[in-house]
Design a protein around this ligand. Sequence first.
Ligand code: SAM
Ligand code: DTB
Ligand code: SF4
Length: 330
Amino acid sequence: MPTESVMQNSTAPTMAQSEDLLERIRQCYHQPFLDLVFQAQDIQRRFHPRNEVQLCTLANIKSGNCPEDCSYCPQSARYNTGIETWELPSLAEIREQAQEAKANGSTRFCMGAAWRTPPHQKAFDHVVDMVKTVVDEGMEACVTLGMINADQAKALKDAGLKAYNHNIDTSPNFYPEVISTRTIQDRFDTLKNVANAGIDVCCGGILGMGETLEHRLEFIKTLCELDHPPESVPVNCLVPVEGTPLANQAPVDSFDLVRTIATVRIFLPEAKVRLSAGRLSMNDETQALCFMAGANSIFTGEKLLTTDNPGMNRDRDLLEKLGLKPQALT
Ligand code: SAM
Ligand code: DTB
Ligand code: SF4
């Protein structure tokens, strides 16, 4: 039998290191709330411009009919959620949407497709052209297309893609309760292809799917232990959608959300932490605490992919009240 150290590759943590990291994350998470938020804001200020939030816009470039069974997702073909479905839009439509997003202060344009993986070369090539279109508008382009291989990652990098979003979603121990059609190892493989191509890794998850607190801590630990730690971490609160298996989940406690964001900020100091789905159910005070705890990006606009989002007017008011400035285009 090989020993543990022989079985690990050179960068993988040993079991003892992994346990130690989990314990440090646990202690950090459980410290008094104000100490935790203070520590997170201190790190935030050392690594990022203060009072600045990156605005991102999402475009749903292929809606619904997804073959996967992610139990949170309204776009899975297995659930009857009544969403509108469509196929890839034209480059002219994407240019128009990107221009509108830029005019509203977004510097990142994220295109999401309800795919397990890009279905054929023609569709993939069209997405590559969409990336070029967004880059041509001077914006950061991000896509989330499901699983991709090394060649696809390289083609996206060559097109100027800044980041690829691919979430681990939760702890590896809870993951099989949520998704059965692909493993977390599949996700790690795609993340490796993305990082090896030199594309920024955008990887986070969802709170409020029925996971325990310990699962949330393991989720944070897993993000820290990725071969290439993420440059960007979306923290979503489940938006429960009628027709999905998770339609009746209870909302996430606001202080648990803030503690999670603060802990991510402390353990991944350089990452952009994106307060993603679920903001429509949060009041201004909760969102302000999330920014205090180190969130420095939001998705703006009336819609996320299929569900509602606060909309630009409400977000402008919020940013103004807090004296937060949208990150400028570089
Ligand atoms: N199909 C691709 C994939 O799964 O990688 C890309 C699109 S998928 C909709 C992107 C992410 O949106 C998921 O990984 C999940 O974290 C998030 N998401 C989907 N449905 C959600 C919901 N109801 N509430 C919160 N987040 C959700
Ligand atoms: C991510 O983690 N959150 C965004 C983005 N990545 C693609 C998507 C949230 C989707 C919420 C459910 C919906 O609108 O369909
Ligand atoms: Fe498909 Fe992505 Fe939704 Fe899962 S999260 S069902 S892969 S669109």
